[in-house]
Ligand binder design. Structure first.
Ligand code: SP5
Ligand code: ZN
Length: 321
């Protein structure tokens, strides 16, 4: 398996977020990715490829011009070391108080897009499984807004980039604890990109605004969006049973490429997610994906406990490979 990893993610250091009216430490810390890198190096001997830099014009495969322009200018306007939070929602193109903008946000997010596009390019030249080990994550970012630690939707841009060269069908399987509201929105009216997500029930958990099972798509996209909301404390047995249903929808769709939005915030020791998956469950998740006959691009999303990420990733890749 080829892995793309850009050490410049270390320069993306959001400091705080507002949780329930209080400033708390931001959960998107560099260590969470470093832990995965160390674990994969130690247990599998993987090497890590530095992605090349892709032009920012690829952002427009998914994102509005106004949004890209706003984020670039807003990033440039923040003093080094400072953080900007939305003052007026709707004017500021951020939908929550967990996603600070720093001097570096635009380029950090573009680097994660580059890792994801480089992964797709490897698929286009014959690889069957490639992993973009990147942050910031992407699945909460919509065409026109940042949120949930996400600025550009890495998985969505990767899907459109693949289609630009192949006119193929893409399925996105979202295994992060949180519903990928951004990815869903981007492909909601599209029958060429299937979105399938397992996540914490939005009645109880972030992002609140989407992730219900009655969200099935619109227009041409009706029948190409599947949400599997699950209760808090969901264990491996129930999760894997639901994953089988999700995979059946993907097999039925028969995509030319499967993109997995890979979050380890489903782990019982994760400080942000609320499931109860254990180390060994990730082996079974990986194994369930191994049986599929599609090319796969894995793109890292959440997972906020570095120590749990080490064990989850080790087990996941042991099952997958
Ligand atoms: C990519 C991704 O996983 N984004 C997740 C963003 C979740 N942000 C909101 C979390 C708010 C829940 N409050 C947790 C309290 C811990 N002190
Ligand atoms: Zn998440």
């Amino acid at each position: 398996m080829k892995i793309f990893y850009d050490r410049r993610h270390l320069l993306h250091i959001p400091k705080k977020e507002m949780d329930n009216g209080k400033w708390v430490e931001n959960a998107d810390k560099p260590d969470r990715i470093e832990a995965i890198r160390e674990s994969l190096e130690r247990h599998f001997g993987f090497s890590f490829n530095e992605p090349r830099d892709y032009y920012s014009s690829y952002l427009y495969l998914v994102h509005d011009h106004d949004y890209v322009h706003w984020l670039k200018k807003r990033s440039e306007g923040v003093e080094p070391g400072e953080e900007y939070f939305p003052e007026v929602f709707g004017y500021d193109k951020v939908f929550d108080t967990g996603t600070p903008i720093t001097r570096n946000s635009f380029f950090a997010a573009l680097n994660a897009v580059s890792a994801s596009l480089n992964a797709v390019d490897e698929i286009l030249t014959g690889e069957t499984i490639v992993y973009a080990l990147c942050r910031p994550p992407g699945h909460h970012a919509s065409s026109s807004q940042a949120g949930g630690y996400c600025y550009f939707n890495n998985a969505a841009i990767a899907a459109r980039y693949f289609q630009k060269y192949t006119h193929g069908y893409v399925a996105i399987l979202d295994l992060d604890f949180h519903h990928g509201n951004g990815t869903q929105e981007i492909f909601y009216a599209d029958s060429t990109v299937l979105y399938v997500s397992l996540h914490g029930d939005p009645e109880k958990f972030y992002p609140w605004i989407s992730g219900y099972d009655w969200e099935i798509g619109e227009e041409d996209g009706v029948g190409y969006n599947f949400n599997f909301p699950l209760p808090g404390e969901t264990t491996g047995t129930d999760y894997l049973r639901t994953l089988e249903k999700a995979l059946a929808e993907i097999e039925n769709f028969d995509p030319d490429l499967l993109i997995v939005s890979l979050g380890f915030d489903t782990h019982k020791e994760d400080p942000v997610g609320h499931f109860s998956l254990e180390d060994k469950d990730y082996y079974l998740i990986g194994k369930a994906l191994k049986d599929l006959d599609f090319s796969i691009v894995l793109i890292q999303e959440g997972g906020y406990n570095p120590d749990a990420n080490m064990r989850a990733s080790r087990n996941f890749f042991a099952g997958l490979l």
